[in-house]
Design a protein around this ligand. Structure first.
Ligand SMILES: *[C@@H]1O[C@H](CO)[C@@H](O)[C@H](O)[C@H]1NC(C)=O
Ligand SMILES: *[C@@H]1O[C@H](CO)[C@@H](O)[C@H](O)[C@H]1NC(C)=O
Ligand SMILES: *[C@@H]1O[C@H](CO)[C@@H](O)[C@H](O)[C@H]1NC(C)=O
Length: 496
């Protein structure tokens, strides 16, 4: 535990340094990242005892390929993963540290139609073996590659730099039959790696969004059942100490960026965009991921701006503009009676506009665990439906039965939340579990006004307890003072 705390401490310091660097340095993000790596380059890696080295070769054994993106916890590799030791112990005969591996020197064409996958794989393989190496996809070229797993372990300080355009095959027809349809770029088992550049990651999502299985894409606006997998654009899996910065990420067939089983993630100055009606195109999704900073980014898409799944803690979001989108969402949690633990989430200085939700916590009926230590502060809303919402009756089919267990929602603060809402719903809605009340909801300086028209519904609360530190607009009379009468068995909500 002490070790974990120490690591956490280091990460916090690291994130602080990164943020400071970014603020201080006005020049391009690339320089920021380079500055940091040059700084770190002086440090020697510890050569680890000669444990068998996992091969960075392609492709990794299929048994360890990340699987079902819908699974609530990170899939466990079925073969026991090799010990994560330095596969390239420091070797004085390896003076090439800091080299750039331009994909053009590995045979990439970059004309937007040639398949450049092999060149990227070769460049990655070479760079992976060198400390602080750069895989470069240069400006003024458009590279098309198929679904690829860029796996480690690699020497530390690896930078994947896209200054040109990196794009997917064009829709399901062009997607190779044997490739995963769940993900496109995967970064796997990496530590101390950056994905950066001034370029664009293009997802060519429109043909995926139009599949008849997608909501309202069938004949007459219906939905036709059938295989519906669409690839997440960028996935980081079982990796640590990651930086994603500077990039423009567009038109993902599904989630734009997804992190699962990661620790130590810094996302800074990215721009994510896809159309308002593109289905399932979450901007940034994290699950089973700890110590995350998301800063200074613009996200406009057709689903959640940022979604935080089970197993996340220590997440700091600041300086983000969302919209159009479905807002910032914690959940959904507790599906199929699972345990869900989410804690220490801070969302500050954020703008949410033209969105279907603002700040949302959603849990299914059933489940255990808790959502606790959540702070939303200084949030500007513009024409947002459901600005503040806790929904513990989340259900996709309408056929969900009420259950007695629930993910416990506790310690949620809403401070200085201002702006306008869409009058189709009340801007404040706390629908807590019948059996497990929400507790310690704190509201202070919340002032929400109709964008146009008049409010018809009053704020809604069900089994919600908390405190109003100031007068709230619209007035909320339904939040109950103090603590619920019934004593809740606390062990059910315990999260380690
Ligand atoms: C990156 O690697 C260096 C050298 O191994 C290490 O000292 C440093 O802590 C790592 N950075 C992060 C953010 O973990
Ligand atoms: C959350 O923050 C509290 C207070 O800072 C700390 O004691 C606790 O360990 C944190 N929990 C996690 C899971 O990071
Ligand atoms: C579940 O409980 C809520 C709150 O008591 C109630 O409004 C709703 O009708 C119930 N749903 C079902 C399916 O019983």
């Amino acid at each position: 535990m002490e070790v974990i705390n120490r690591i956490r401490g280091v990460l916090v310091i690291y994130l602080t340094i990164m943020t400071t660097l970014v603020i201080v340095q006005e020049s391009s993000n690339v320089n920021v990242v380079e500055a940091r790596y040059h700084y770190h380059k002086k440090q020697k890696n510890k050569a680890s005892p000669s444990a068998p080295s996992p091969s960075p070769d392609y492709p990794p054994p299929p048994s360890v390929v990340p699987s079902d993106p819908a699974s609530p916890s990170p899939p466990t590799p079925t073969t026991s993963p090799p010990v994560l030791s330095d596969p390239y112990p420091n070797d004085p005969s390896n003076p090439s540290s800091g080299c750039t591996f331009d994909v053009m020197s590995f045979g990439a064409v970059g004309d937007g139609s040639t398949d450049d996958t092999a060149a990227f794989r070769e460049a990655w393989k070479a760079a992976c073996a060198v400390e602080s190496a750069v895989v470069l996809a240069p400006a003024d070229y458009c590279f098309k590659i198929t679904s690829t797993i860029f796996s480690g372990p690699c020497r530390p300080g690896l930078i994947f730099q896209v200054d040109g355009v990196l794009m997917t095959p064009d829709g399901p027809e062009e997607w190779p039959k044997t490739d995963s349809r769940k993900q496109w770029l995967v970064f796997y088992r990496l530590d101390n790696m950056s994905f950066t550049g001034v370029g664009t990651i293009e997802g060519n999502g429109d043909k995926w969004w139009d599949l008849p299985c997608k909501p309202h894409r069938g004949p007459d606006g219906s939905t036709v059942s059938g295989p519906c997998d669409s690839p997440a654009l960028i996935r980081f899996f079982m990796s640590s100490n990651l930086v994603v910065s500077g990039l423009t990420i567009k038109n993902s067939p599904q989630f734009h960026m997804k992190f699962d089983g990661c620790e130590g993630v810094l996302i800074d100055k990215v721009s994510i965009s896809s159309p308002k009606l593109s289905p399932n195109t979450d901007g940034i999704h994290i699950e089973a991921t700890k110590t995350v900073g998301i800063y200074n980014s613009l996200i406009a898409n057709g689903d959640d701006c940022i979604s935080i799944g089970p197993g996340c803690s220590d997440v700091d979001i600041e300086g983000v503009t969302c919209g159009p989108s479905h807002g910032i969402s914690i959940g959904s949690l507790g599906v199929h009676n699972s345990q869900a633990c989410v804690s220490n989430i801070t969302v500050r200085n954020v703008i949410i506009k033209e969105s279907d939700n603002g700040l949302r916590i959603k849990t299914w009926q059933g489940g255990t665990g808790s959502v606790t230590g959540i702070l939303f502060e200084n949030i500007q809303m513009e024409n947002v439906r459901n600005c503040i919402i806790v929904d513990q009756y989340y259900c996709l089919s309408k056929g969900c039965l009420n259950q007695t267990s629930a993910v416990y929602v506790n310690d949620v603060e809403y401070r200085t939340i201002k702006g306008t809402y869409d009058v189709r719903n009340t801007p404040i809605h706390f629908a807590c579990s019948d059996t497990v009340a929400c507790t310690n909801i704190i509201m202070s300086d919340v002032e929400l006004l109709p964008y146009e028209g008049e409010l018809v519904e009053d704020p809604f609360c069900w089994n919600a307890y908390g405190t109003q530190e100031t007068l709230i607009i619209p007035p909320i009379n339904c939040l109950q003072e103090g603590e619920p009468q019934t004593v809740m068995e606390s062990n059910k909500f315990a999260c380690s």
